[in-house]
Design a protein around this ligand. Structure first.
Ligand code: NAD
Length: 293
């Protein structure tokens, strides 16, 4: 079997075209242009690329994207003060603090300091709580991106066994909440999965993944999931982005997995492009909510 390749880049472009129309509609209705502010502290090269990509993506859909670049020596108090200023600025709809922060800075109080109504990464405990209760304000970007790929590829999750490898607060855990929920923005067919959350202490991982119709790899371990660990025809979503030498590889061994899977996302060009599109979507949501819509 040769798996169908799920083209995240094309899906992301489609979503961004839709968002661009929504941005025009919002401006016509309210005069408001959604504005996302990213705070980049220090000079981590990968973070610089991520932030630049987010800024450009904003411009592509007609939103304002602004980056505050702070030196690595910035203090906790200075960073908190900037977040406070952005919270108070009514022209700012979305705030994101790019992680990781330089050594010496504690991310938790900074992220908790973001106004939950501007928390477009969906990291604030209030937004995570709303998500857990099935009444989300924002959807977490990467998990929502995974759901978008499944939806736009016609791969429903209801009644399916889904194994998510990785239990991080950013990917695995919120994705488990989304897929096990009673419904989703795409209807109940794209929720209602029977979800297993596997992690570094899960024994016999291959046994677990072989029991799944959908496997999502989000462990940050290059090529952890191989073809042998899959049931024939499974859908494989690879969230991992790992730099190995000068190559980017996922958490799935693509060559072996794509011979067994029914559908698979590539790395790059799979989940990554969706994460940015979902961030833009949350910024639009924040601007709409701020306008009372
Ligand atoms: P993390 O390091 O916070 O969490 C990794 C999780 O994987 C942990 O829960 C751990 O228990 C589990 N794990 C580690 N080794 C394992 C093993 N051998 N077997 C089973 N489980 C194992 O990582 P994260 O932030 O969730 O990111 C995961 C991957 O996804 C990384 O490669 C990251 O770069 C990538 N990522 C991509 C996007 C995107 O937009 N494409 C967004 C976020 C993260």
């Amino acid at each position: 079997m040769t798996a169908r390749i799920l083209d995240g880049k094309a899906i992301s472009q489609q979503i961004q075209q839709e968002l661009a129309l929504e941005v025009v509609r919002l401006r016509e209705q309210t005069g408001v242009t959604p504005k996302l502010v990213a705070v980049l502290t220090g000079d981590d090269p990968a973070s610089q690329v991520y932030v630049r990509n987010k800024e450009r993506a904003c411009q592509r859909v007609g939103m304002q994207g602004v980056v505050h670049r702070l030196p690595a020596e910035t203090s906790q108090a200075e960073l908190l003060a900037l977040v406070g200023k952005l919270n108070a600025d009514a022209a700012v709809h979305g705030i994101l603090v790019q992680l990781p922060l330089p050594r010496g800075l504690d991310a938790t109080p900074i992220l908790d300091g973001i106004d939950p109504a501007k928390d477009v990464d969906c990291f604030h405990p209030q937004n995570v709580g709303l998500l857990a209760q099935g009444r989300p304000r924002f959807l977490p970007c990467t998990p929502h991106g995974v759901q978008q790929i499944l939806f736009r590829s016609g791969l429903p999750t209801a009644g399916k066994r889904v194994v998510i490898v990785g239990r991080s607060d950013i990917v695995g855990k919120p994705l488990a909440l989304l897929l096990a929920a009673r419904t989703s923005p795409f209807g109940p067919e794209y929720a209602n999965a029977t979800v297993t959350l596997a992690h570094s202490r899960t024994p016999e991982l291959a046994e677990v993944t072989r029991g799944a119709e959908i496997v999502v790899a989000a462990a940050g371990q290059p090529e952890l999931v191989t073809g042998e660990m899959l049931t024939p025809g499974a859908t494989v979503i690879d969230v991992g982005v790992n730099r190995v030498g000068d190559k980017l590889v996922g958490d799935v061994e693509f060559a072996s997995a794509s011979r067994v899977a029914g559908a698979i996302t590539p790395v790059p060009g799979g989940v990554g492009p969706l994460t940015i599109a979902m961030l833009l979507g949350n910024t639009l949501t924040a601007a709409r909510l701020a306008a009372g819509l």
